[in-house]
Ligand binder design. Sequence first.
Ligand code: PLP
Length: 376
Amino acid sequence: MKKSNASKLTLSVHAGSVGDPLFGGVVTPIYPSAAYNYEAEVRYPRYYNTPNQKAVVEKLVALENGEDGLVFSSGMAAIMTSLFAIVKAGDHVLFQNDLYGGTHHAALHELERYGMEYTMADITDLKSFEKYIRPNTKVIYVETPSNPLLKITDLKGVARLAKEYGIITIIDNTFASPVNQNPVDLGIDIVTHSGTKYIGGHSDICCGAMVSSKKLTEQIRQSALHFGGSLDAQTCYLVERSLKTIVLRVQKQNENALAIARYLEKESRVANVYYPGLKNHPGHAIAKRQMPGGFGGMLSFEVKTNPDKFIKKLEYIKRAISLGGVESTIAQPVKTSHAKLTAAERKTVGIKDSLVRLSVGIEDTNDLVADIRQAL
Ligand SMILES: *Cc1c(COP(=O)(O)O)cnc(C)c1O
């Protein structure tokens, strides 16, 4: 896959999109074949090498500055396949402790069953995080910005630390999107995404992806064809179409989220605002360095009014789980991602009952601010 100096706006439209050689159409045709002539290259959907899968991968690889990648049927398929392709029984995985709920749950319920060890540790101070590295640590797994408090992990620092010990690094880059943050540039080995969020971008596709070097991608592909979480041609086509507007969408989401965060900061009916684009956010300086595209479309805040009544009164912002769509959505972590935690556990991770998490869409900035103001 060719590295290009073109801007992400250009790459999002053109990279990987081959057009129609038969009739001269400008978009990639949908190739639904599950049976291919084996005299040429042996192609098969579960081998992750069909034309529509390749179109998506080439676009993502161009946007993430990687060498190769794979597209999956969900974010969890991308994450678990990448992890399980690298680790084996006897290995130790070191996770940062702010993890997406599904990943947290998977670590708790799968790793030890397969004879692997794991630790979840605070990563805000890398010096104390380093103490959790064991002789058998194979992978350091991070996620930044994190859910739902938008904590920032220093990716360059993590990559440097991991290289010192010969450890492979994996990141869940879902919240940032490939538009805002490219972990490969900072030395991270494997980038994973829930494509269900910003990559799909319209709240109507479930998919996932990983991007890495050619070597690691091939290692992961060998396991991926056993685990079988491949994506079909029709959905690949929709993902390719979605990716053509990802830069425009995310730029608008960055702009809206920053404006809303700045408004909320001054709003007397709101207690704390968590957004890495705000100067008083503890990770602001690092975020500014490692997120050149913008601070993202996710933010959370604590309301002083009743959070349930506040959400009900919103007109445009819909109550929904998931994130990254063109429509703004809002959720209470206490009722969704962190419902399984006890009140005491929530207190230790800093999630109050009054916390709401906003996924900012591409609507007009003033309409969104006005909607929040009237609901408060
Ligand atoms: C949604 C999400 C996932 C899981 O993705 P699925 O597509 O639902 O499998 C993983 N990580 C993060 C940060 C997510 O938001």
